[in-house]
Write a protein of this length. Structure first.
Length: 334
């Protein structure tokens, strides 16, 4: 849950100035467990910042810190006290309102992770900021109808994995599509790619790149096609997201990872009223990708072809479907 941002906004207002001397001004706000949180401004630019201080937790020197549109994350030493300080700072070009919302969200996630100790709070800070990095990279507008349907399909499959016996944390961690994974779910020895459609005349699956169904690197790969219909009795995207979040209550690591992936996928709670369509699952096909499966992979095209997008009609693929449980056993998950 996000923290109220009023305390940060008031502190930033009190700290504002036009100093030409490089350095920090800061005011303490409530701690996130063992982590000290400060509302600050960095000079001479007068940029708003969140400063997080850790007594023992460290960020490896080789680790690249996230940076997104409108903000940057840096190692800082505002007080020379020997602590590890991480600053989340607004860039001059960044929106003050969006940055304040981001700070409240990140601080709230750190609160949730407080029981995990300093290392857990620091890890949560970086995970959440990287999710905002993805969110801002993809744009801060509401999802397009096509992206809304795609995300609904991925969440439906996520719930199916948990229903089939995959542990909640493993299922959420396997959901790598929002993190630009080649497939939507990296499970066991292979992967599962989720495809959703509203078509009732065919069963199209849009393949975005040659790597998506290429099992020369990892196998097995399964394609899970889901056909939905729009019905008043169906479920909206916000309802499905809330349902899965509810299933993860009491599991802070899984809940933190899930909320971060939702954000990285482009879903933000402020857009919830936009997603009014209600989806009902009509049919699912789980197909193992292998020899004879209709696909375009890098090894089958000339080197000069660097990018391919194509569509498969799953209704035209003969043979039986795999059971979800059987697929998970082949993947080595169950």
């Amino acid at each position: 849950m996000a923290r109220p941002i009023d305390e940060f906004i008031l502190a930033w207002g009190a700290l504002s100035g036009d100093s030409r001397e490089a350095g920090w001004r800061s005011i303490p706000v409530a701690s996130a467990g063992p982590c000290v949180l400060m509302a600050g401004r960095r000079f001479p630019g007068n940029e708003e910042a969140l400063l997080a201080g850790f007594r023992s937790a460290k960020v490896p020197a080789a680790e690249k810190l996230p940076e997104g549109r409108g903000f940057e994350v840096t190692r800082a030493d505002p007080y020379g006290d020997g602590k590890t300080w991480i600053s989340l700072t607004r860039k001059e070009s960044g929106s003050v309102e969006l940055f304040a919302e981001m700070v409240g969200d990140v601080a709230g996630a750190m609160d949730t992770a407080a029981a995990a100790g300093e290392e857990g709070v620091l890890r949560t800070l970086l995970i959440r900021v990287r999710a905002w990095q993805e969110f801002m990279r993809k744009g801060v507008q509401a999802l397009s109808p096509e992206a809304e349907l795609g995300l609904f399909g991925e969440l439906t499959l996520l719930g199916t994995l948990m229903d089939a016996g995959v542990s909640s944390f493993t299922a959420v961690e396997s959901w790598v599509g929002p993190l630009d994974g080649a497939q939507d779910f990296a499970l066991g020895d292979g992967a599962v790619e989720a495809k959703a459609t509203l078509s009732d005349r065919s069963f199209p699956a849009k393949i975005g790149c040659m790597e998506q169904l290429d099992d020369s690197v990892l196998r097995p790969i399964f394609l899970a096609g889901m056909r939905f219909a729009l019905r008043e009795s169906g479920t909206s995207l916000p309802e499905l997201a809330a349902d899965i979040a509810g299933r993860l209550s009491g599991l802070p690591d899984a809940a933190t990872a899930f909320s971060a992936r939702l954000l990285a996928a482009g879903y933000h709670a402020s857009h919830a009223d936009t997603y009014r369509r209600r989806f009902s699952l009509e049919k699912t096909r789980v197909l193992e990708v292998g020899e004879g499966f209709p696909r375009i992979v890098r090894g089958t095209v000339p080197d000069a072809i660097t990018r391919v997008m194509y569509e498969i009609d799953l209704d035209r693929i003969p043979g039986g479907d795999s059971e979800v449980g059987g697929a998970l056993k082949k993947l080595g998950v169950l």
